[in-house]
Design a protein around this ligand. Structure first.
Ligand code: FEO
Length: 416
């Protein structure tokens, strides 16, 4: 059965991508219970360019083929395959497409060409472009390229179509989540907006956060362009208010500076209820200051969701017992991801129970060394917490909450 889902962005420019509903993990790590959109596009001048592809995933390759057929584009008609970014979620279909359209030229950066060889063994029919280069497709359609290295990989670039003023932005301004019946921001009902905010933030924290300085640099690089629409390779296409998604990404990129929201992410694990008893005391303390709490138990909650809330929150509370002379392993894994994803500049509290000897605190101190955290006096206790220790726990919660609660929220002027 044909699944034709072409959507016009502008005259002779179409979305030809696919929505993936899957229980697979994105990048083999991150759960995507709401799926993900693999956005691909076609620009038709006298010459025809595809911008981004898909990977074979949930029928995406066949969908893209069907979509091209529905536009009466045969494979012989394709002149260029523009690969802004070589991660295989966008390029997995390259091998097959080169067989179907052997004369099409792959357009990518110098570094992208090395990955086209590395992933697909393709070394011919490649057009290498750099910032400022243009590709005239005829009939008024002209593509212009700008490198935005490390958003998300070093070879990444964006493509700007001058006539329509559409920016094909690759992973930048992207999101997890499938389209819920519409691809544009200005067709999204208000009831779906929190869905997109959550999925965008989680995508950013999981995939992009490490590269935040490069995100801000890329936004500077693109500042001179008149942008009427932003068409990323995941998530919504921003037609009504492209400035809103730029502002969201500026906010996200600043979250790993001293810029987060007045909220506390509490991440905890417990083996036999002793650390859990202290957790309840700490939560009582936080509640006294009425600061919003995101509560995640590990390993029950996947780190993907923990990262998103930890990333945006100014306060971070870690509750972890000792396990075999070290930190409870699921918490250790979460903290290693915090290091990798630059969950920096937080106000942090730590508590945890131990039996024969400590160890969780030692690991916490070592893991937090380069995180630029402001850490309150940790609370490490033997076995079940005493009444006195529970009072200290409540005070620890109150103290971190009082430090966080007057931080101004950064969420503003981003409605779409
Ligand atoms: Fe969507 Fe970095 O690939």
């Amino acid at each position: 059965m044909l699944k034709i889902t072409v959507i016009e962005l502008s005259e002779d420019i179409y979305w030809i991508g696919a929505n993936i509903h899957t229980e697979d993990l994105f990048e083999g790590i991150w759960p995507i219970p709401n799926g993900v959109a693999l956005n691909a596009y076609v620009v038709k001048g006298e010459k025809i360019a595809l911008i981004e592809l898909v990977r074979e995933w949930g029928g995406a390759a066949q969908t893209l083929i069907n979509n091209l057929e529905s536009l009466s584009i045969s494979f012989d008609d394709i002149d260029y395959i523009v690969l802004n970014h070589l991660e295989p979620d966008h390029t997995g279909f390259t091998n097959m497409l080169k067989l179907l359209a052997p004369n099409a030229e792959i357009v990518t950066t110098q570094k992208g060409a090395a990955l086209v060889d590395g992933f697909f063994g393709i070394t011919s029919n490649i057009k290498i472009v750099k910032t400022g280069d243009e590709l005239d497709l005829g009939k008024g359609k002209k593509l212009k390229f700008a490198e935005i290295p490390n958003v998300h990989w070093p070879e990444t670039m964006v493509t700007y179509e001058e006539d329509s003023k559409i920016l094909f932005s690759s992973d930048a301004f992207g999101s997890f989540g499938v389209h819920k019946g519409c691809i544009f921001d200005d067709e999204t009902p208000d009831s779906n907006k929190s869905y997109w905010e959550d999925e965008m933030l989680r995508y950013y924290a999981n995939i992009v956060a490490t590269f935040s300085p490069m995100v801000l640099k890329a936004i500077d690089t693109l500042a001179g362009l008149e942008i009427k629409m932003i068409a990323p390779s995941h998530g919504l296409v921003w037609r009504g208010n492209p400035g809103a998604v730029i502002n969201k990404y500026i906010r996200y990129a600043n979250y790993n500076k001293d810029y987060a929201e007045p909220e506390i992410c509490v991440v905890w694990g417990s083996m036999y209820g002793n650390t859990e008893t202290m957790l309840n005391a700490v939560l009582r303390g936080i509640a006294k200051e009425a600061v919003p709490i995101h509560l995640h138990r590990v390993p029950n909650v996947d780190p993907s969701f923990v990262l998103a809330d930890a990333y945006k929150s100014a306060g971070l509370v870690i509750g972890a017992p000792t396990y075999e002379y070290g930190m409870f392993p699921p918490m250790k894994y979460n903290l290693e991801l915090f290091q990798k994803k630059h969950i920096w500049y937080k106000k942090v509290a730590f508590f945890g129970s131990y039996g024969w000897s400590g160890g969780a605190l030692k690991d916490f101190e070592s893991l937090s060394e380069r995180m630029k955290w402001e850490i309150l006096d940790p609370l490490s206790f033997k076995g079940h917490p005493t009444s006195e220790e529970l009072k200290q726990g409540e005070e620890l919660g109150r103290k971190i909450a009082s430090q966080v609660k007057n931080i101004p929220s950064k969420i503003k002027d981003e409605e779409f």
